[in-house]
Design a binder for this molecule. Structure first.
Ligand code: PLP
Length: 453
């Protein structure tokens, strides 16, 4: 459409760079999701709410690195905390226990009712991965259940039925497990059971039938960050998993700090058995956290030095008694300093961020309504999404199929041309750097663009 034509006119340096990048990385990007056709914009600088591309175009950033930058780009307090840790404390990585692990850990324990003990990881992917291993080890069972359309990271056990084609996806009440990547063994389709989200009756039928095989149910309490679980569904799921001896894992990688500081478990007043955190919890630096009930987390308790696998020792240890978890960069001091400072800032500013998102959502809806275009703005807290559909209720992956993604794509390119950035078809995240000026400028751009749609 029109949008793409002008996009290519405004971003010639991005195209030039993209061609060079393709000689270095497949698709010119280092993550599949960062690619979009005809070519992604190459950003050069970020500051506060803004991004600047190679051609010097300025954007209000609503991608915010897929939600991680809850304080925007380069928040001065976070930068200072990182710098102090990096330079003033001499060694930036100790490879030993250190004070910030306990300081950050205590904060998370206070904020997340489901986290009695925790371990640090380097990403959200690693956080859910550890949660699943803990669930297998604790229950002695070897399958998990996940919901259709939910993303928990890029590895085999959870990379099924995230975005399946409807031809392959099976009956809505009994979705099929469909691998999302080449190179995945069929084992994973067989060992990961798919559930329909926000459909307690259908999910219950599946869980009851397969309870003896299932170690855990993992769920994004807010699918994709913008389709909330209905309260009754979440409460039902908690009760049912307890009754069936299946662990409940909340994947709060997107939701942590984006509803309130206590994430979805605070919002729903539900205590999961295990919790995975990521993204905003590191204020833009790579981190993940796996936490949960004490007796589950202690499956990874090193019992004695001889029980701990160490590749430098040839002595055979009794590895099967202990759950293995490690990582050179786990609990990185500079990143924990960033996380702690992010929490400190959010304690003052989180409600303002959520209010900004609410205002934007409401005003954008109004603009579409005035033009008679059916749109749903979905989400709670500081993430939302726009779905073009006449459908009254969007409760899960199947409901999303009714949406007009072509219209959304055209809107997104036209908005990019007006200086409003999210990756086409992606959700919106809002940061503390987004204020009245950003709202006004965004609504002005929307108003202009909607008239052309
Ligand atoms: N879980 C959820 C809900 C996510 O949104 C993501 C990332 O998009 C992940 C897990 C994986 O996190 P990461 O990209 O940090 O590995």
């Amino acid at each position: 459409g029109m949008g793409i034509k002008r996009y290519t006119k405004k971003t010639p340096k991005s195209l030039e760079f993209y061609k060079e990048a393709c000689k270095v990385m497949p698709g010119g990007t280092t993550a599949n999701i960062k690619f979009f056709a005809p070519y992604p914009i190459v950003m050069d600088k970020g500051k506060g709410s803004r991004l600047y591309d190679l051609d010097g175009n300025e954007y209000i950033d609503y991608l915010l690195s897929y939600g991680a930058l809850i304080l925007g780009h380069g928040h001065p307090r976070v930068l200072q905390a990182v710098q102090e840790q990096l330079y003033d404390n001499g060694t930036y990585l100790f490879g030993t226990p250190h004070l910030l692990e306990v300081e950050m850990g205590r904060k998370i324990q206070q904020l997340y009712p489901g986290v009695e003990l925790l371990r640090f990881t380097n990403s959200g992917t690693e956080a859910t991965l550890l949660a699943i291993r803990l669930a297998y080890a604790y229950t002695g069972k070897n399958k998990i259940a996940k919901f259709e359309g939910h993303y928990h990271g890029g590895y085999d056990q959870v990379l099924v039925s995230v975005n399946p084609s409807i031809d392959e996806a099976g009956h809505p009440h009994q979705p099929r497990s469909v691998a999302e990547s080449k190179g995945m063994d069929q084992y994973h389709e067989e060992h990961t059971v798919i559930l329909p989200f926000n459909d307690l009756d259908a999910a219950s039928d599946i869980l009851r039938k397969r309870k003896d095989e299932l170690a855990a149910v993992i769920v994004e309490p807010i699918q994709g960050g913008y389709i909330p679980a209905e309260r009754s569904f979440m409460e039902g799921l908690r009760k049912l998993t307890e009754e069936l001896d299946i662990l409940l894992v909340f994947d709060e990688v997107k939701t942590c700090f984006r509803l309130g500081l206590g994430g979805a478990q605070e919002y729903y007043s539900i205590k999961p058995d295990l919790t995975a955190l990521g993204k905003a919890v590191g204020g833009g630096y790579p981190i993940g956290i796996t936490g949960g009930k004490k007796d589950i987390m202690e499956v990874s308790l090193p019992k004695a030095a001889s029980d701990v696998f160490d590749s430098s020792q040839s002595k055979h240890s009794n590895a099967r008694d202990v759950l293995f978890h490690s990582g050179t960069y786990n609990g990185h001091p500079s990143i924990l300093a960033a996380g702690l400072e992010t929490i400190a800032v959010l304690e003052e500013e989180i409600s303002q961020i959520n209010e900004t998102a609410d205002r934007l959502k409401t005003e954008i809806s109004k603009l579409f309504l005035q033009r008679g275009i059916a749109v749903r703005t979905l989400g709670i807290g500081s993430i939302f999404n726009l779905i073009f559909t006449e459908k009254e209720q969007i409760l899960n992956y199947r409901d999303l199929q009714s949406a007009d993604f072509g219209l959304r794509r055209e809107l997104d390119f036209q908005l990019i041309n007006e200086g409003i950035y999210t990756k086409p078809l992606n959700r919106y995240s809002v940061s503390s750097a987004h204020g009245q000026e950003e709202i006004d400028q965004t609504l002005e751009a929307y108003d202009k663009v909607i008239k052309r749609l």
